[in-house]
Design a protein around this ligand. Sequence first.
Ligand code: GLC
Ligand code: GLC
Length: 821
Amino acid sequence: MSGEIILKFGHFDDENREYVIESPDTPLPWINYLGLEEMYGICSNTAGGYSFYKDARLRRITRYRYNNAPFDIGGRYLYLRDNDSGAFWSPSWQPVKTDLDSYECRHGLSYTTISSKYRGISSEMTYFIPLGETVEIWKTVIGNQTTKEVNLSLFSSVEFCLWDAQDDATNFQRNFSTGQVEVEDGVIYHKTEYRERRNHFAYFACSMPLAGFDTQRDEFLGKYRGFDKPLVVESGQSRNSIANGWAPHGSHHVLLNLKPGESKEVIFALGYFENDEQEKFDPPGSQIINKSHVRPVIDKWLNKDQVDLGFRQLKDYWNELLSVLQVQTPDADTNRMVNIWNAYQCMVTFNMSRSTSFYESGIGRGMGFRDSNQDLFGFVHMIPEKARQRIIDIASTQLETGGAYHQYQPLTKRGNNDIGSGFNDDPLWLILGVASYIKESGDLAILDALVPYDNKEGSEVPLYEHLVRSLNYTLERLGPHDLPLIGRADWNDCLNLNCFSTTPGEPFQTTENQSGGVAESVMIAGQFVLAAEELSAMAALRGNDAEESEFMKRAEQMTAAILEHGWDGKWFKRAYDFYSNPIGSSANSEGQIFIESQGMCIMAGVGIKSGQASIALESVNERLATEHGIVLQQPAYTRYYPELGEISSYPPGYKENAGIFCHTNPWIMISEAMCSNGDRAFDYYKRINPSKREAISEVHKCEPYVYSQMIAGKDAPTHGEAKNSWLSGTAALNFTAISQWILGIRPTYEGLIIDPVIPSSWTGFQATRKFRGTTYNITVEKEAGVSGRVTELIVDSVPVSGNIIPVGRPGNTVTVIAKIV
Ligand code: GLC
Ligand code: GLC
């Protein structure tokens, strides 16, 4: 591998819906997610990562050290040892890093399979969490492909986390004394703090009889040794250690004698279990875990047939979820992302928000109010009922003022006081989230659901009231140009116009050094127009004519304010600062044009009729677009400006300071589609499409099957290099842009709209969309060279006027032909 340039590290297997990594030393660890309900894991291509129950901070099951060297050490490891020669290796390459004879990692939908071969011994591990269970399965098959009988030792290894990952990583004076385990019938139980206020424990079980075990990490590793060379593995001898304090660990030792051609299956089960408070101990009064409830679960999942069944059920589940939208377009990268990976990433962002990845430590952020609302856009079509519950959870954290906690903890579902509120875009996202849910499901009744403020009992009002308060929150906070005050920040967390921080380490988002400022956001103004129009439509559906026109009037007033004070001549301004000076204006020397206000205003329809939208989009194309995507602003800030905050803290080209912040690119794709520019919308789509970028993996560095938050902009020395893969609003927004605006299959309150704005070179495409119980088989027809909108819509052979398919009868299959002439 030395010297030569490798551009790809694997390939897509579309049929199996897998990404196949062919070489373990990817430019960065390429990860996947296990679990879809209560227990989750992140798993890298070399089996690194960790597992947790519901909340990666408060219920971390296994330990992981971030920003390690090498980057990814610690995980769900297995070691193989040839007991005749003493040679040992990791079948997942890490941590021993033996030069394997073959290696392959298949990241699939909620599972990962790593297989390899070394000196004729084949291994295959499949990691997944069965639906409905809180147990992670490692299905392991070891085969002897040599002509001789072999005697092997197989060792497992996980490091247990003492539950609260933040405390686990810092509070050593206590934690080195609290660790406790039990070992019974070959099962390792991790029970730190079970003796006092916890009623939950972890377990690690193995389907084979054990030759030994270890539960004290440093007995397993040996003094001054790392995971690459554990003493127990090297010597082939477990020490049967019992952890008392220090670092509880889980390691089984299995002896495998394999004849030539023979293979054996070994199942490891790593689980989380809660006992009833009254039944914690057995015998009662003792300090021993009552295992009567967990044991049947363990036995169930150490069974080979059950494991195979659980795996099949997981596959079927994903087939069903993905069948809601499947497209066949002339572009393979589009098909692959829409049909598989982008939808999958939307599920992951829905589940994780921004909490847990290789760039989000699981202790930093909980569920974002703004983020989780946007995640709904890309998720709601898969499981509307879960989206409904999420909306209720989010709205229950809203404050009585209409404001919102910026984040909440997934375990407690309570607003996070440390970060507080005052991000003035937050409340409006709730309206947009609810709108996307109602359009998909038709469930208007959600607006009558009784939802509390700040989870306070007795404060419940209909959800609709919450939305009205969201709108009023903006209206009660307008600045001198009748534009919304920005507060701590808007969508751009790093545009901190009231902070003026000069103290090292002070948090930009939560420190308010100067009060009484009048900083205003044109981005929120555009978002308000969008939200007010949505709420007006909901009012109309509820037969509330007065509010319908009231909200429309508010939208019009805001539009007028944008056109009067937010237009810079060739683009929309971004904001007004504390002193009412413009930001994102030709009057500035740096940061003259920003992407957010162009996208948000045009998506709200502002300037489309008057022609300003087209002018703004031209400016975006000229000044912001690069071959790797559209940068956030130009020119980049070359120094720190206290009056702008965190945005100018980043070196030019990174993150919010003129990086390609991928989340906003689809705003421009949608805007281009709204202005009927199919070629340009699709061109922007392709520039950041991960599958398209697979060909330059060596440059892009992050996973080629999911979007990253950021790609370094043209001002950065590493232009084109991605960071922060997986957890980003980029997933939901790109899914929306391609499926609803470019391919144009878009749920509305009245039914499904078919309004493609596709590249002129295409001759159409096909799609299957399940919507409110009806299956639509859609064919879009067009001649190459033509660009335009749908002129004829034929539903089950009957021409329909307009481009909305009326809501059908559940269970029916409907044939739709849309013609663009
Ligand atoms: C991150 C945040 C998101 C914010 C964006 C821009 O992705 O999660 O809330 O809008 O950064 O600052
Ligand atoms: C977003 C931004 C990041 C900022 C963070 C603060 O994730 O991308 O730059 O530090 O928000 O919450």
